[in-house]
Write a protein that binds this ligand. Structure first.
Ligand SMILES: [Ca+2]
Ligand SMILES: [Ca+2]
Length: 157
């Protein structure tokens, strides 16, 4: 019983320190696939499980977060400043998918505001023979499907 006031005080101090040294705002980043295919359908269909966002701002603060792809967007609270971000597509194990990264430069995060990061990022579908999805539903996956002819870069399964 005597420990409760001490613990409460420590939480208060911790909260004050964490809130006092940095001023924060938020950014909102959204994504979809080509031809206006929404993330809710496209991420599962194309074998993209996560969207990994990295980067930093001019004050030296960093960003490194993996969002669930099918969510279609993320809102992240970060210290104010001008940020450069990069978007990487990742698979179910968090490994980077072999498609080009996308850079978003000059994202200005302002205090107590939610900043939209431009237009939606357009994700790139993986080759059907390397997406971890049984695209034609015949029970054979990727290069186990004869239509892929053993080539992971095969476009259709
Ligand atoms: Ca198949
Ligand atoms: Ca496939």
């Amino acid at each position: 019983m005597s420990q409760r006031p001490l613990l409460f005080s420590l939480i208060l101090i911790g909260g004050t320190l964490a809130g006092g040294c940095t001023t924060e705002g938020s950014y909102r980043l959204s994504w979809m696939f080509a031809n206006d295919e929404p993330a809710a359908a496209g991420c599962g269909a194309h074998g993209v499980d996560g969207v990994h966002i990295t980067g930093g701002n001019t004050a030296g603060d960093g960003e490194d977060i993996v969002a669930v792809c099918s969510a279609g967007e993320i809102v992240r609270k970060r210290p104010i400043g001008t940020w450069n971000l990069a978007v990487h597509q990742v698979d179910v194990r968090g490994a980077q998918i072999n498609v080009p990264d996308q850079s978003i430069v000059g994202v200005v995060i302002a205090e107590d505001a939610v900043i939209d990061v431009g237009s939606a990022v357009v994700l790139e579908a993986r080759p059907q023979c390397d997406d971890g999805v049984d695209n034609d539903g015949d029970g054979r996956l990727d290069t186990d499907d004869p239509e892929c002819l053993g080539d992971p870069m095969g476009a259709t399964e």
